[in-house]
Design a protein around this ligand. Structure first.
Ligand code: FAD
Ligand code: NAD
Length: 479
């Protein structure tokens, strides 16, 4: 079989499926290929994000948060429950149903937009011919005017701690534990380490996280990172910074030998999650007679139009440099489609929200205070604690702060940093504000509904000019 398309997309994750749908909206004849099979061996478009990433992790974060609230918070609200019981199998089944509903949704969207979906592995050959090897080993040839590569990424494996799927697992394994490990070790206090560490700690595991760097979340604003480290520690996550893992031994249990400031140490645990980053799926995407240019870490190199060096071949998402985030991937998916259609499209890389779904949540956009100091930008700081916010108090969820950084000369908002309840939702206000080059005064002059958590953002903006209402004087000295 030899099918002709205007655009063929390899990969149906957030970058690929969005690119495919947007191309179809723009009038192109589109095919999208994906090789992922779910636990029932069924094709399941949606990529890492929907199948084994954002969505299942958030389902478990939500469920484990409810469990912990029932244990620790309900009594304070005057709700008494009898014996609390964890049904992990039901929790996992619910998670899988959420995934199935959403991946089924992608298949429906493909149908509705007339995107042809091919389940199998795609390989790009000469003249933009794409061979699709289906799971039954039959091959289909697709001819394309344009090809979009969106093959995503996979977990980095440490040579001394290979994944065995049982005791030493990656994030996929860690989302599927059938029982709560008594002692859980995690290598890497990055986003996955903290999110999945929180899930299993809330469900009863003793969690130790070994992190190589001396600084906790070095890319976050220091004020937020310090408070988050303290709060997560109080919750029971034992985060050990500045550790070098030397060896991992498996047997009845897992022993992790590591070195820290005090010398050689070892950690005994029942399961070990290795969460030390992800690497792009850039190998084996093309036939041997084509060469795709990539950097030393395997990220495919593209220009401002997402063009690779190959004619009418583009790359987007985790496959190219930049933060490995679903929303960044989706924006690139849309932008590449519009570029192919000859339209103007740009992704605002200076305004990408980053969110860590711990409790409280951590979220930010723009510059951190340490970055402003390093680059010699004169700035003003406004900050406001959730403990002084009426809605947060009503909810009994008062940990954290919002911090606004504004240019001292122009008052333009340069960065917004949040640690607090619903920070993942609240940060959207800051992203919109920054997209329109808002000043802190613009935000101060805007009306926010009362009582809402958003008022914390309003007060932080007011505080840039020392005008926050719901906090006691004396005024703090600016930086
Ligand atoms: P992917 O989602 O990886 O999709 C690529 C697809 O292409 C896959 O289905 C793959 O099987 C397929 N493929 C690869 N090669 C071929 C081939 N040759 N032929 C056919 N198909 C192929 N990001 C967030 O923004 N928010 C979050 O909360 C979040 N949580 C996460 C939690 C976890 C546990 C993990 C692991 C990741 C999380 N991420 C999150 C990151 C997010 O999942 C990725 O940034 C995003 O999925 C990247 O999208 P993509 O389309 O580039 O690639
Ligand atoms: P990460 O880059 O966020 O964190 C990896 C951590 O491991 C870093 O702190 C690093 O210093 C540490 N590390 C590396 N090697 C180590 C070693 N040998 N010993 C000890 N520590 C070591 O990577 P991740 O947590 O694996 O997540 C992968 C990607 O998935 C990230 O790029 C992230 O953006 C994405 N993701 C995003 C979300 C979200 O947006 N909420 C959630 C999960 C994953």
């Amino acid at each position: 079989m030899n099918e002709q398309y205007d655009v063929v997309v390899i990969g149906a994750g957030p970058a690929g499926y969005v690119a495919a749908i947007r191309c179809a909206q723009l009038g192109f004849r589109v095919a999208c290929i994906d090789d992922y099979l779910d636990e029932q061996n069924k094709p399941s478009p949606g990529g890492t994000c929907l199948n084994i990433g954002c969505i299942p992790s958030k389902a478990l974060l939500e469920s484990s948060h409810h469990y912990q609230q029932a244990q620790q918070q309900f009594a304070e609200h005057g709700i008494r429950i009898g014996q609390l019981e964890l049904d992990l199998a039901a929790m996992q089944t619910r998670k899988q149903q959420v995934v199935r509903d959403l991946t089924g949704g992608i298949q429906s969207l493909f149908k509705a937009n007339q995107v042809a979906f091919y389940a199998g592995r795609g390989t790009l050959g000469q003249n933009n011919r794409v061979d699709v090897v289906a799971h039954d080993n039959t091959t289909t040839q697709l001819m394309a005017e344009h090809v979009i590569l969106a093959s995503g990424s996979r977990p980095v494996e440490l040579p001394f701690a290979p994944f065995d799927g049982k005791q030493v697992v990656d994030s996929t394994g860690a989302l599927a534990f059938e029982s709560v490990p008594k002692r859980l070790g995690i290598i890497g206090a990055g986003v996955i380490g903290l999110e999945l560490g929180s899930v299993w700690q809330r469900l009863g595991a003793e969690v130790v996280v070994l992190e190589a760097q001396e600084t906790f979340l070095p890319d976050a604003d220091n004020t937020i990172a310090k408070q988050a480290n303290k709060l997560l520690g109080q919750q029971g996550l034992d985060i050990r910074l500045g550790t070098r893992v030397d060896a991992v031994h498996t047997g009845n249990t897992v022993r992790v030998d590591y070195t820290d400031g005090q010398g050689s140490q070892s950690l005994e645990c029942d399961k070990l999650i290795v969460a030390v980053g992800r690497r792009p799926n850039s190998e084996a995407l093309c036939s041997d007679d084509l060469s795709l240019s990539s950097d030393e870490r395997g990220f495919v190199q593209v220009d401002d139009h997402y063009r690779t060096g190959l004619n009418k071949v583009y790359a987007v998402g985790d496959l190219i440099p930049g933060p490995m985030l679903a929303h960044k991937s989706m924006e690139e998916g849309m932008a590449v489609a519009e570029r192919i259609a000859g339209q103007f499209a740009e992704v605002d890389y200076d305004n990408i929200p980053l969110v860590i779904y711990t409790h409280p949540e951590i979220a930010w956009t723009g510059r951190t205070e340490q970055q402003l100091k390093e680059t010699g930008v004169d700035y003003r700081v406004g900050q406001f604690p959730f403990s002084a916010n009426g809605r947060a108090r009503a909810a009994g969820d008062t940990e954290g702060i919002i911090k606004v950084l504004a240019d001292a000369r122009t008052d333009r908002v340069l960065g917004v940093h949040m640690l607090g309840p619903q920070a993942s939702e609240l940060i959207a206000q800051a992203v919109v504000a920054r997209a329109f080059a808002t000043s802190a005064e613009d935000l101060a002059l805007t009306m926010f509904a009362h009582p809402t958590l958003s008022e914390t953002f309003h007060e932080a903006a007011l505080d840039v000019a020392d005008r926050a209402i719901h906090r006691a004087p004396p005024r703090k000295k600016k930086h």
